[in-house]
Design a protein around this ligand. Structure first.
Ligand SMILES: Cc1cc2nc3c(=O)[nH]c(=O)nc-3n(C[C@H](O)[C@H](O)[C@H](O)COP(=O)(O)OP(=O)(O)OC[C@H]3O[C@@H](n4cnc5c(N)ncnc54)[C@H](O)[C@@H]3O)c2cc1C
Length: 446
């Protein structure tokens, strides 16, 4: 989606990362700076048009889609301020998370937690409530202590808990529907290392120990290939910087992450998509290829990985206490699909996050388990995702805003205690709906 420098281009079709969504913006504008950005927004508002920022295009849902002006914020990058004493930094919203790790590391600082990949922009990650794993940590939006946001009237507002607190709360997760976030103030911590222990074990043991491990480990997650009896667990322990590095040798990859970035696995997925009855055998082979690893590296090298085999994804956050019921129900759904010859080749991923107070955070008000289901990008995910979504919603689940879901505004109003507050802020700062799209309208009304 990005143009190489500031300017306007017309692009016939835009796609998200896995090409499951496509849309046709009337123009893609890459403003050189905040002044030009304000003028683009004001012009669109004056003609009754629409504007939609895009980050790295890594959402599975159509959250970044528009048929009017798409704003590429690729020029708004870099660190703009560091307050070591307060443990806070200011970062331009177009900065990729991949750049942020080394940028902070140069000052002895780090993000306390990260997700699976670092291709996203900071603005995109906070807008959809992106998260990693660990019950001692929130998602990215929970780390936000202040924001600079350009609203539909062309005003650049600096908001935090003391200045326009309602806009601040609403904009910490906004689906890009309240304005353009230009800069983010984040709480950060001292640089640290992570020791990763990855291993395969019987899935029943993984499930039985999930809650206890999630409480005792700094960061715990696991993967499960539907239909298999194997749980692939990952436990990350935080260590001080001086503890000594023991990184993976260049040709050895992380257990799961190596697989998901692997050409042979892509071929297996293709075969499974073409001949579904081969999937159980292929899943067994995929599990057998995964052995044990222990390594220690700087935090951002351990948190994130490559994902080059493309897939579609749906992920729901549920109250942690529903984990066992949710996972047992998912296993039943998968077993039924295998019985019907509709095997699922891509692994399920299970993570946690601490409760936070961000209005539209998927972990708002409750410690949460996140269960993510995937399908290889050449397979139709509809049946599988629908069955799993029904189950997860029945257990109080909330979908990741950047991943597939079929929720609507009536559902969102009862699932989020601050839904009406968020809508009131939207009415105040964007009465003309300059920043909306069909997806936002579905979830928050037009
Ligand atoms: C391979 C892969 C792995 C992933 N792993 C994880 C994971 O581990 N954890 C997790 O929680 N999610 C994960 N995701 C989902 C991903 O983190 C989110 O969808 C995220 O929003 C993508 O960031 P982006 O920069 O690509 O944003 P985009 O998809 O481009 O945009 C997302 C939303 O942010 C808005 N937006 C972007 N920039 C701004 C701005 N400056 N101001 C206002 N609004 C803005 C857009 O309008 C849009 O509404 C993954 C996705 C992929 C494809």
């Amino acid at each position: 989606m990005s143009a190489s420098s500031a300017g306007t281009t017309t692009r016939p079709t835009a796609y998200n990362w896995c090409r499951s969504q496509s849309w046709t913006p009337s123009a893609v504008v890459r403003p050189a700076g905040v002044e030009e950005l304000a003028s683009v927004v004001q012009q669109a508002a004056a003609r009754g048009g629409r504007v939609k920022p895009i980050g790295a295009g890594h959402s599975f849902s159509p959250v970044a889609a528009t048929d009017d002006v798409q704003l590429d914020l690729g020029t708004l990058t870099g660190l703009t301020g560091i307050d070591r004493q307060a443990g806070r930094v200011r970062v331009r919203a177009g900065t990729r998370l991949s750049a942020l790790g080394p940028l902070l590391g140069a000052h002895g600082l780090a993000l306390a937690n990260m997700g699976d990949i670092d291709r996203q922009t900071l603005g995109g990650a906070i807008s959809t409530s992106t998260h990693g794993t660990g019950l001692g940590h929130t998602g990215y939006s929970g780390m936000v202590t202040g924001l600079e946001i350009l609203t539909a009237d062309g005003r650049l507002r600096r908001v935090d808990a003391a200045h326009e607190p309602e806009l601040f709360e609403a904009a910490r997760v906004s689906l890009g529907a309240l304005g353009v976030v230009t800069e983010v103030e984040l709480a950060v911590c001292e640089s640290f290392l992570l020791r990763a222990e990855e291993r395969a074990e019987p899935i029943d043991e993984t499930v039985a120990r999930f809650r206890e491990r999630s409480r005792t480990a700094d960061h715990h997650e696991f993967y499960w290939f539907p239909g298999s009896g194997v749980g692939l667990t990952k436990l990350n322990t935080r260590l001080p910087l001086g503890s000594g590095l023991d990184p993976l040798p260049p040709l050895r990859t992380k257990v799961m992450d190596g697989l998901l970035a692997n050409g042979a696995y892509e071929l297996m997925c293709r075969l499974g998509a073409a001949v579904p009855r081969t999937v159980p055998v292929l899943n067994g082979i995929a599990c057998r290829g995964l052995d044990q690893r222990t390594y220690t590296d700087v935090s951002y090298n351990v948190f994130v990985a490559d994902r080059s085999v493309r897939f579609t994804e749906m992920e729901y956050a549920m109250p942690l206490e529903h984990f066992e019921e949710a996972f047992a129900g998912l296993r039943e759904i998968c077993a039924g699909m295998f019985r019907d010859g509709r095997g699922v080749s891509f692994p399920v991923e299970v993570r946690t996050a601490a409760a936070d107070d961000v209005w539209l955070s998927t972990a708002h008000g409750r410690d949460s388990v996140y269960i993510a289901v995937h399908r290889y990008h050449r397979e139709d995910p509809t049946d599988y995702f629908r069955e799993v979504e029904d189950l997860f919603v029945s257990l109080g689940g909330r979908p990741h805003w950047g991943k597939m879901n079929t929720r609507d505004a009536a559902w969102a109003a009862q699932a989020y205690p601050h839904h009406a507050d968020w809508c009131a802020v939207r009415d105040a700062v964007d009465p003309q709906r300059v920043f909306t799209n069909a997806y936002v309208d579905r979830l928050f009304g037009s």
